[in-house]
Write a protein that binds this ligand. Sequence first.
Ligand SMILES: [Zn+2]
Length: 260
Amino acid sequence: MDIIELKKHLEEADMVLVGIGEDFEEKRYLQQNDRYCDCCGQIAQTGAEWVMPYVNRLFLKDNHKLQVAYQTLAKLLEGKNYFVLTSCMDGLIRETSIKPERIVEPCGTYSKMQCASGCANSVQDTYAQLLEQIENCCFEQKDWSTIDTVKCEHCNGPVVLNSLYAEHYAEEGYNAEWSLYTKWLQGTVNKKLCILELGSGMMFANILRFRFEKIVGLNQKSSLIRIHKNLYQIPVEISERGQGISQNAVDFMAEIAEIC
Ligand SMILES: [Zn+2]
């Protein structure tokens, strides 16, 4: 499938569901950064993994190729009725023209925080000073154990960023967006739905890959475009309405930027 075919596919669709997976976390880019790797080592030693969504963001925000890939996606979705599910927690997708109310981040995000023990109703917006402390640890080599967070008003324990990296992930953080998504999904019944799956491997297969295969299996008017270097195969039951592209999804989206 080339870009012209892809665009035609999207144009013909009434609704577009996008799934963004691990490719967009750009591990290969991050792992080339010595400072990033040092930080990861120190974070693991301190047991402060909950900082990772923001650490990843700090090191990824200047990744030009990733920016172009996101911009291409935003352009492809212009004027469409869409929803985007992403496993990324760095919030970079929110710096595009993609409508914020059409994005759901089931793995969490750095922009919210929660009680480390997962107390109910503890999710709130992250305060700037917490993010500043994380940034200082990354670039001014401050000790990760010095991060001082506000206390949970329920149990007086520390708060952490609201994501899968938290020891007890408070999933209520994405509830509101998830209800919008399920409502939107109900509206896809009998509609020409195109699912664009971008770089989702097995790590979050339950929220992306498998879920999408099921949707396509149920809706005879739907189609699936799956972009992944190795796991681009389409299950035989839905193979007639699916196309796999064997390429890293960020590379693919960045490459087609010029023609979009
Ligand atoms: Zn608590």
